[in-house]
Design a protein around this ligand. Structure first.
Ligand code: FAD
Length: 478
């Protein structure tokens, strides 16, 4: 596939939502370019994947998008899914600890604004609450350097707040360990208030107050989904991009990427039948380790830094029961489980309460298992993971209904870990990549693991590449 001398050819490696967003931004720009997406799997979507349970559509990977950032719903609208955008019917999660599921009061990623809130009375012991109040008297030295969220919380608010609130929240979003996750990357607004001299409770209070500000209107729902599953989004984006002239090739693993005097040469397909694809510009939209391998010769510093980003593996266990067989109340949208409680599951989502498209005569519950560096939790057969999830649901909420159907989806290397210093690492990666004409990177490894943040990295990469294409001398590698 030679690059057309007149019409620049951009290849996007990876058809997850980042790569698809990049490709969509390229084909909807007015630039006269050819756009090709090369995806290793048989289908596009990456961590957005639709499946079925008891004959009903369910998400086997990501299942909701933050609605208070515009990028997820904007992309859904742009590809014709506007009418399908829905919001969860239930949003309030609890925490399963100290023998029962207890409601979670408003927090910023588990950091409470008000430790005297009644709901915290059941999550923390009186001593734990008193310890958290100490934050008000601790010196508010600015946090200039990055720090692990959990370490900071334990120091200022005590271990109970870290273990029973912050760790389960970060475990839910990153499948990570709170002590290791970067404050600057995961909680930039809190970090900014701390730098300005605020205590941690006051910082959380200010961030919560801001997120509730909505002059004269109802606050936006926090989350959005797509009727039938957010896993519908990738196929819709790919379909729209193809209608606008993009080529999307699945089952096309990219195994090599090299600069040539006129641009790029990609080696794709099975080792036995390699194929060469040439391009004027390349956007690498794969997880960090795959990107590290591809960039080894073109951007060795970026490759080295990308190779240092660790990932957590998780499994999603989806269970379906007949509603008629379920005799217990399942309040809210589900619950999180602190790692210190030593349970198999780290979270449970009551999908059938949350999403209106699921049939009323079914109860569908999605449990997730696995945290960063706890691969042992996943070294079990699918049947054992189902059994462990069922046992935990029995202990947590007394659910003991017969299963109608079950699905286990394993996500090896599912979620990048934003370790302390992540923002500096990303800056170094970006500097190294920016020094190479016609090259860009995007995806969950950079600026947020949530769908809208990931989409933003894709559209920003597309914008940078388009900018370079307007300056032919740069991208022609002269
Ligand atoms: C279990 C789970 C639940 C989640 N839940 C949510 C949620 O509810 N809400 C939310 O906002 N976020 C959620 N996330 C996070 C979010 O889904 C991901 O961060 C996001 O989808 C990542 O998109 P991406 O395009 O960066 O990467 P990926 O989805 O990983 O896509 C990368 C693509 O690159 C392809 N690829 C890799 N190497 C090559 C190669 N050499 N050649 C060609 N193709 C290649 C892969 O096959 C893949 O399709 C969840 C993640 C997981 C794992």
């Amino acid at each position: 596939m030679p690059a057309d001398a007149q019409r620049p050819n951009v290849v996007v490696v990876g058809g997850g939502i980042a790569g698809l967003a990049a490709a969509h931004a390229l084909v909807t720009s007015r630039a006269d370019i050819a756009v090709t997406v090369l995806e290793g799997n048989a289908d596009v979507g990456g961590k957005l994947r639709l499946g079925a349970i008891a004959g009903q559509p369910v998400d086997l990977g990501a299942e909701a998008m933050l609605n208070r950032r515009p990028e997820g719903t904007a992309l859904a609208r742009a590809v014709g899914l506007e009418a399908a955008i829905v919001h969860p019917r239930a949003t309030s999660a609890g925490v399963w600890t100290r023998g029962s599921v207890r409601p979670l009061p408003p927090t910023v990623m588990g950091i409470p604004a008000d430790v005297s809130a009644p709901a915290l009375g059941s999550l923390l012991s009186p001593a734990g609450r008193a310890r958290a109040q100490l934050d008000r008297w601790l010196p508010s030295r600015g946090v200039e350097d990055d720090v692990g969220v959990g370490r900071l919380v334990a120091r200022r608010l005590g271990r109970q707040v870290r273990d029973r609130l912050v760790d389960p929240m970060l475990g839910g979003v990153y499948a990570g360990r709170s002590d290791e996750i970067s404050l600057q990357a995961a909680l930039p607004q809190v970090a900014a208030h701390l730098r300005a001299g605020s205590g941690l409770l006051a910082a959380a209070s200010r961030v919560l107050a801001r997120s509730d500000e909505s002059p004269g209107q109802d606050p936006l729902p926090v989350f959005a989904g797509i009727d039938g599953g957010v896993g519908r989004l990738p196929a819709a984006v790919a379909g729209d991009a193809v209608r606008r002239g993009a080529v999307v090739r699945c089952s096309t693993m990219v195994r090599g990427l090299e600069r040539t005097p006129s641009g790029w040469r990609l080696v794709v397909g099975p080792a036995a039948r390699p194929e060469e694809v040439s391009a004027d510009a390349v956007i690498v939209a794969t997880p960090a380790l795959a990107a590290a391998r591809l960039l080894r010769s073109a951007a060795p510093h970026a490759a080295h830094e990308l190779g240092g980003i660790e990932y957590a593996s998780v499994a999603v266990v989806t269970l379906a029961m007949r509603a008629a067989d379920v005799s217990v109340e399942l309040p809210g949208s589900g619950f999180l489980v602190p790692a210190v409680d030593g349970r198999a599951i780290k979270a449970a989502t009551y999908s059938s309460r949350k999403w209106g498209w699921l049939q009323d005569d079914l109860v569908v519950i999605r449990c997730s298992i696995g945290r960063h560096r706890d691969e042992a939790a996943l070294q079990h057969s699918d049947a054992e993971l189902v059994q462990a999830a069922v046992a935990d649901l029995g202990d947590a909420v007394g659910l003991r209904a017969p299963l109608l159907d079950a699905n286990v989806t394993r996500w090896g290397g599912g979620l990048p870990q934003y370790a302390v210093g992540h923002l500096d690492r990303v800056r170094r990666i970006r500097e190294s990549v920016a020094a190479v004409p016609g090259l860009d990177v995007c995806g969950a490894a950079f600026a947020g693991v949530g769908i809208p943040a990931v989409i933003a990295t894709g559209t920003q990469a597309a914008a940078r590449v388009l900018e370079q294409l307007r300056e032919p001398r740069q991208w022609r590698h002269e």
